[in-house]
Design a protein around this ligand. Structure first.
Ligand SMILES: Nc1ncnc2c1ncn2[C@@H]1O[C@H](COP(=O)(O)OP(=O)(O)OP(=O)(O)O)[C@@H](O)[C@H]1O
Ligand SMILES: [Mg+2]
Length: 306
């Protein structure tokens, strides 16, 4: 068996007295497209900082392709391309310089770095901006440059912290295509995002973190199947003030002030319910089958139970 791309065991981290990560464990296999989801302040960026060696931690172990991120920092870090949540460039460097300096940091020779920078500037539509200072680039261009920079040393895993926040739809779709293609070529992708729909489209596995604790890690489809409830919604030609008992016995509920009846699909009572509705002389205007979305699962998992 190959080493997992990321292996986290019992990771706990404090910021002074505040426990930001509480005994988290999970792994990401090579080739996965992993979505790391959680509300604001859940601990996503902190976890990424530990994986990339930018933050220390109190206990546990973290490995990247088998390399311990503390003891074998350089070996682990060389395999990771990091696209951070915040821009962290020198604002007076040009786009091209930013890429070439990054390559130097990873020990790529100058000539090779130039060629690689050319390729990436091209691939990300940045060629005509190569001599502009970073501060003169628009938000979307900066975001693209961040991703290009992360790829300069040809990492095996790309860690992206909120890559599409604040981008217009067209650029978001372009980046989605880019991530899909990179993943198809074998790069493992670890993505955090607040656009749950983005994770639903792109990821094959999902980890959910909430208040520093891992609450779920599973294949996306399993997660939705396990936690979600597909329903059937039946729109009536009238408003029912209360639900007839025979309907509720099947597990049906009244919605939208009494104009819609909702039935969990797993009850398999659909035809029975239709017959009952019909027997009451009620007409049906519309029937909708509603699949659970990852967003509903996410809300369910991260709702505060206090
Ligand atoms: N350098 C720091 N010093 C003290 N507390 C911190 C520091 N960085 C983060 N925290 C706290 O740790 C918790 C986790 O923060 P983190 O940035 O990891 O969350 P996140 O999941 O990335 O959130 P977001 O979705 O808002 O980016 C938060 O309560 C945050 O306030
Ligand atoms: Mg964050």
């Amino acid at each position: 068996m190959n080493d997992p791309a990321i292996e986290i065991k019992g990771l706990t981290k404090f910021y002074r007295h505040f426990k930001a990560l509480d005994d988290i464990s999970f792994q990401v296999e090579e080739g996965d497209f992993f979505g790391f989801l959680g509300p604001n302040g859940a601990g996503k960026t902190t976890t990424i900082s530990v994986i990339t060696g930018l933050a220390n931690y109190n206990s546990g172990s973290v490995r990247v392709f088998g390399h311990d991120v503390t003891r074998e920092y350089r070996a682990a870090r060389a395999l990771i391309g990091l696209v951070p949540q915040e821009f962290n460039f020198d604002p007076f460097l040009t786009a091209e310089q930013i890429l070439i300096y990054e390559a130097g940091y990873f020990g790529l020779p100058k000539g090779k770095a130039r060629l690689r920078a050319d390729d990436l500037l091209n691939e990300f539509g940045l060629s005509s901006y190569r001599r502009l200072d970073f501060r003169k680039l628009s938000g979307g261009l900066k975001r693209r440059l961040l991703i290009a920079r992360a790829l300069m040393h040809q990492p095996r895993i790309l860690i992206v912290d909120e890559p599409t926040a604040g981008l217009d739809l067209e650029l978001r779709y372009k980046l989605w295509d880019f991530f899909k293609e990179a993943n198809r070529k074998g790069i493992t992708i670890f993505l955090t995002t607040h656009y749950i729909e983005e994770a639903e489209k792109l990821c094959n596995r999902i980890g959910v973190i909430h208040e520093g604790k891992m609450v779920e890690v599973d294949e996306k489809n399993n997660l939705i199947k396990r936690i979600g409830h597909d329903t059937i919604e039946i729109q009536l030609d009238r408003t029912l003030p209360t639900m007839p008992e025979s309907f509720s016995e099947l597990g049906a509920e009244l919605m939208q002030g009494g104009t819609i009846i909702q039935l969990p699909q797993e009850n398999q009572q659909f035809s029975k319910l239709l017959r009952l509705i019909h027997a009451q002389g009620i007409d049906i205007l519309n029937i909708n089958s509603k699949k659970t979305t990852l967003e509903e699962v996410f809300i369910h998992l991260t709702r505060n139970k206090k």
